[in-house]
Design a protein around this ligand. Sequence first.
Ligand code: GLN
Length: 456
Amino acid sequence: AHLDRIGEVDGAVHAFLHVDAEGALAQAAAADRRRAAGKAASPLDGVPIAVKDVMTTAGLPTTCGSKILEGWVPPYDATVVARLRAAGLPILGKTNMDEFAMGSSTEHSAYGPTHNPWDLDRIPGGSGGGSAAAVAAFEAPLAIGTDTGGSIRQPGAVTGTVGVKPTYGGVSRYGLVALANSLDQAGPVTRTVLDAALLHEVIGGHDPRDSTSIDQPLPDLVAAARQGATGDLSGVRIGVVEELGGKGYQAGVLDRFRESVDLMVGAGAEVVEVSCPHFVHALATYYLILPAEASSNLAKFDAMRYGLRVVPEDIENPSAEDVMRATRDAGFGDEVKRRIILGTYALSSGYYDAYYGQAQKVRTLIARDFEAAFERADVLVSPTAPTTAFRLGEKLDDPLAMYLNDLATIPANLAGVPGISVPSGLADEDGLPTGLQVLAPATADERVYRVGAAVE
Ligand code: GLN
């Protein structure tokens, strides 16, 4: 049914870069046999899933939305993918994304944008717009995204889906093509909070192949989602973050946010105002740390090891460096080049202390803001994104305007704390989805599931 649906709508939505109908049907048939024998591999055995094209999949192309990886087929599965297979989830295919996960609209994909199923002239968020659109358009019931600065949560908000960024280290990064190692985290994209909890339990937990993986059992996320679904939040202290709301936020987004807070109060929660004064510097901090890490990660695309190789025709006996230059020039898009230049600048000697070093210090202050806020509140809440889905092309020529869409999601990545975005209703002015973000302390992911399930 999902493959049929993809056939019907994906020409217009363009959520997928690659569909593996044959593989998915074979995996589904195997799941049917297990279920018939009463031997389901997991609660999600046989439930199909779409995977963001930044996760390696053995035998299936993995492009990261970039021309530089066109035609590359990885020889191994990411741990997340291996766990999906072991749990019996048929993989429908790979979803579209901004090139190397840099962007908030999926317009930076080298393979053309994904369209928001709510309004095809609008963006589905990014960088994981393909995963969110696939779930919103009923092309897949579940998807995997990755969130470095909001790429699961912001697409969730603007497509009316649920997106979870787990605690940093809670889901293995082995086989996730790194954008920024200290910020990246894979997580669920679903239609309900309970689905997200079920999926999180499949993909999460310790992995010795990721040195930053947390070596302790996951909390009981499914139980937390079920508890939240009873609609009782008594005893829960909700912190409304003063700095995440107000200026720069669309009126209809703020209206729906206030209603969500009222809903939590009605469910018995106690609401406190909290201030996180350094959050105003989060965007600037992120856009130094991320390009620095990304420029280093992208150095491996040297025309020798992976995918594309362009040999310049205007040079006689081109050197390895000539080939590398021509390949990177043709293979990377503008946004990727912009960030490589920013990152190498921030890391260069003489500027390192002024930019990268300074950003790391501010990052610590942001983490301390979280610690102080979590003394007073069990979870923090805000709108997920400042606006509803904007029009395709609207911010493409203005990188800063694009970056501003991540205002509310970035602090969580800088501090490594978990967050969820749940649908919080349609904005009055345009009838488009808005999202409520719930953040919790590191390793307390169960809290975002409880509160998320109570208000979805
Ligand atoms: N939009 C943000 C960026 O461009 C976040 C990306 C992400 O989370 N992968 O960096």
